[in-house]
Design a binder for this molecule. Structure first.
Ligand code: CAO
Length: 416
């Protein structure tokens, strides 16, 4: 089956998570992604948090599937020469080095554009160009703090909290992938490449836009009616942390189910959707709430929302999270069990859809990874193993016109 990005050649100058997540996605969709790595060590994640002593760590394998690996010291003159050849025949270069690293290596945007005016140069940085923090190196949690996620996540009586979801890293990579695909479409019209830049701060903030909505509402009316602080607590002048509140027009909370005393994940998320109020009352054995003016509307329920949640928890006490959801789904109530990584890894539906896949690997044996979350009617992205360090060095150099003897003599592809 031909894939839409077949024929698109990408120089993958990325490391850790934000950049690799982007290029992995493009590789799934058919792009020829060549990861350029420092000889001897490669991407730092090959060695981070290893679970098997001599094999690439899962951190690496789960972010670099479907790619090729070329080892090359791009700071040495002959290494630069190889890279220049590759640049001349590639469509995209993606990088997420610290600020200024690519310029210091001698590959500024101007130079890249001179070498290949059709090439798209895509970068991830912590902060956008010209930002007063644009010299900072940034990792995931730094971005979550800088992008507004941390100040609005967690409980009001605790500190700002980091999400386990990679809002700073993989999320930024997904934004960059959209930028690259847009620039490729633009190039079809203009024949010209361009620079695509995404900052981690901006990408986090983009996902926190409803919190900026709330900041403006708070400034106008002084309170936020869907937050747990309303109506009994106090509001200051910034959006507070709302615990597990719904955040939209539908109040919701994480509620205890049977076994919560010993199982830290015996919970469901329960949403009180307006149209489902009557069936909820019936299911809970509280038919008197259906027409009671103090319960009938979302606004009327808010002052007693935690009493309502307590009543629901009493109903849930003899039901597992799965049993509860099986009952509630019949009432059209948006809800889900709180699923653990173990449950997700073994979920038959996720296996069948290709969202959780098992990939054979030369050194590790097989490993589990998350496959494409994007599904197509005419293509099933197939996940293949991440490359060993330098696995494709010879193949890539032969493709650039080097002879086997040249390759043998080239010191810049070897560890010193
Ligand atoms: N050959 C020779 N040198 C190479 C090379 C190669 N193939 N590949 C990389 N290098 C060099 C770079 O030229 C750079 O050297 P200089 O700093 O001397 O110019 C160096 O290796 C990489 O530096 P770095 O700043 O990217 O790496 P770091 O480990 O110090 O910082 C990180 C890591 C992630 C904080 C930083 O890269 C960064 O801020 N990136 C942008 C934001 C980002 O993507 N963060 C998310 C990472 S995922 O959590």
């Amino acid at each position: 089956m031909t894939k839409p990005l077949e024929g698109i050649k990408i120089i993958d100058f990325t490391h850790v998570q934000a950049g690799p997540a982007c290029t992995q996605l493009l590789a799934w969709f058919g792009a020829d992604v060549i990861k350029v790595e420092r000889p001897g060590s490669g991407d730092v994640t090959r060695n981070q948090l290893r679970d098997i002593p001599d094999a690439d760590a899962l951190y690496f394998t789960m972010l670099n599937s479907n790619k090729k690996s070329l080892t090359l010291d791009t700071k040495k003159p002959e290494g630069k020469e190889v890279l220049e050849k590759l640049i001349r025949e590639s469509d995209v270069l993606v990088e997420n080095f610290g600020p200024g690293a690519l310029d210091r290596m001698g590959f500024s945007w101007e130079r890249l554009n001179e070498l290949n005016p059709k090439m798209i140069v895509a970068s991830v940085k912590g902060f956008s160009d010209g930002h007063h923090y644009d010299d900072l190196k940034v990792y995931e949690n730094v971005a979550q703090c800088a992008g507004g996620a941390a100040s609005t996540t967690g409980f009001w009586d605790g500190p700002p909290t980091i999400s386990a979801a990679a809002l700073g890293d993989s999320n930024t990579g997904m934004h960059l992938a959209i930028g690259i695909l847009t620039a490729l479409l633009g190039r079809d019209k203009t024949g010209k490449g361009q620079k695509v830049a995404v900052s981690m701060q901006d990408s986090v903030l983009n996902l926190c836009r409803v919190k900026l909505r709330d900041q403006q509402r708070l400034e106008r009316v002084g309170y936020l009616e869907e937050y747990p602080q309303y109506p009994h607590g106090e509001f200051g002048d910034v959006v507070p942390r709302g615990g597990n509140a719904g955040g939209g027009g539908q109040p919701g909370w994480v509620l205890k189910c049977k076994g919560w005393e010993t199982d830290p994940n015996a919970y469901i998320y329960f949403t009180i959707q307006g149209h489902a109020w009557e069936p909820i009352c019936k299911a809970l054995g509280k038919p008197e709430w259906i027409d009671d003016p103090s319960y009938k509307t979302a606004q009327a329920r808010q002052p007693h929302i935690f009493d309502i949640f307590k009543t629901i928890e009493a109903w849930l006490a003899d039901k597992t999270k799965f049993e509860a959801v099986d009952i509630l789904r019949k009432f059209d109530i948006p809800c889900a069990p709180v699923l653990t990584m173990k449950e997700l890894a073994n979920d038959p539906s996720l296996r069948a859809s290709g969202t959780i896949v098992e990939v054979p690997h030369k050194k590790r044996g097989s490993y589990l990874t998350v496959g494409s979350p994007i599904k197509f009617s005419d293509m099933k992205p197939e996940v293949t193993a991440s490359p060993l360090l330098g696995e494709h060095t010879e193949e890539v150099l032969l493709g650039l016109g080097y002879s086997r003897q040249d390759i043998f003599n080239l010191r810049e592809i070897k560890a010193v």
